[in-house]
Design a protein around this ligand. Structure first.
Ligand SMILES: *[C@@H]1O[C@H](CO)[C@@H](O)[C@H](O)[C@H]1NC(C)=O
Ligand SMILES: *[C@@H]1O[C@H](CO)[C@@H](O)[C@H](O)[C@H]1NC(C)=O
Ligand SMILES: *[C@@H]1O[C@H](CO)[C@@H](O)[C@H](O)[C@H]1NC(C)=O
Length: 338
């Protein structure tokens, strides 16, 4: 017997063994090594499942892991990695963490007036001073818009007053419905800034803590800590207007469309060929805290609200200058009243 023939008969034996085992467990699409990795991931993320759920999550995890490894073996400007979402399909993730309805964010003519520059090659508000609060975690609630809003007002207020406060997302989730926001079912930073302006204030994280659930409004005017004088939209698709605002003024609230290859982003400059770029497709709101370029690719530095275990310690870089995933579709910022 040649060694080739021995090898293939050995393979057949292994395949037969795999078929045997497949009758015992419901989903035979993972190896022992993959199951080991899943158990490691479970302990890192404190996951406990019932038996049926275990096999179901193991299968989803294995599919995600394969996708990540395949992506990282290819030639891309960003890498993927396991994170706290790795036992979820994108469909499950979208339902719990993204905006599921169109948000009507278009500003055909925004109020932002751009200067003619010149602009610095790079800006990072995290390094300019104490202007950006730590990355927060929205939990399974479509409240990204409230985190984008607090992040932007926190920074704009700190830049104007020198005081960096943690502001309340929960107040926006519970109280801002009259301005077309819908708690855990979505909203927009521009509409939330309008609410804060007309409500005459936003409380702090301490006095109105986050619960990731909608509840009745518990605003106390005496405890309002941050205020909005006016709301400024940047005209849709004016990405240079965003550069101008971030370079000269403060971080800017932005929205874009999250598609499945974004869920496991780990590092590098994100770009996608499957996301769409129009105002009606945005499903996630975040905060642009700076910009720069890497190997000739310009990017935005973006603060997310999925905790520090996601992405680059909670941040990501998004390709800049092409309205990537609609990132220039609906950006806005508040003029703080200090
Ligand atoms: C967007 O606008 C359409 C039509 O004006 C409306 O039916 C829909 O409810 C709006 N969506 C949101 C999220 O406000
Ligand atoms: C900003 O845009 C929003 C839509 O995203 C709109 O409802 C609001 O009226 C605009 N505000 C200003 C001041 O133009
Ligand atoms: C959106 O993307 C398409 C290509 O996919 C491009 O032709 C179009 O100019 C983009 N629109 C905007 C507003 O960025």
């Amino acid at each position: 017997m040649s060694s080739m023939a021995m090898k293939s008969s050995a393979t057949i034996v292994i395949l037969l063994a795999a078929v045997r085992i497949s009758h015992l467990s419901p989903t035979p699409v993972y190896s022992a090594e993959e199951e080991f990795e899943f158990k490691l991931w479970m302990s890192q993320h404190n996951r406990v499942y019932g038996l049926e759920e275990y096999y179901h999550r193991l299968q989803t995890f294995t599919e995600n892991k394969k996708r990540i490894d395949h992506h990282n073996a290819g030639n891309h400007k960003f890498t993927m990695g396991l994170n706290q979402f790795s036992d979820m399909t994108f469909a499950e993730f979208r339902k719990s963490f993204l905006l599921t309805e169109p948000q009507n964010c278009s500003a055909t003519k925004g109020g932002h007036v751009s200067s003619n520059g010149p602009f610095p090659d790079s800006v990072d508000w995290r390094e300019k001073g104490n202007y950006v609060t730590p990355v927060k975690y929205q939990g399974a609630c479509g409240s990204c818009w409230s985190f984008s809003t607090t992040g932007c007002l926190e920074s704009a207020t700190a830049i104007a007053s020198g005081k960096l406060l943690l502001l309340s997302e929960q107040q926006l989730v519970d109280c801002a419905q009259a301005f077309k926001n819908k708690g855990c079912n979505g909203g927009l930073p521009s509409q939330a800034f309008e609410y804060i302006k007309y409500n005459k204030g936003l409380m702090t994280e301490d006095t109105y803590p986050y619960t990731a659930r909608e509840s009745t409004c518990k605003f106390h005017p005496d405890l309002a800590a941050a205020f909005v004088k006016d709301v400024v939209n940047i005209t849709m698709f004016d990405e240079m207007g965003m550069v101008d605002a971030v370079a000269r003024l403060n971080p800017v609230s932005v929205a874009y469309e999250v598609v499945d290859d974004f869920m496991h982003y780990k590092d590098g400059v994100y770009s996608s060929t499957t996301c769409r770029n129009t105002t009606d497709k945005v499903n996630h709101a975040v905060l642009a805290v700076g910009y720069g370029a890497q190997d000739g690719t310009p990017y935005w530095i973006v603060k997310n609200s999925w905790g520090t275990t996601w992405g680059k310690q909670g941040y990501f870089l998004m390709e800049r200058g092409k309205n990537m995933c609609g990132v220039a579709a609906c950006s806005s910022y508040p003029l703080p009243l200090v």
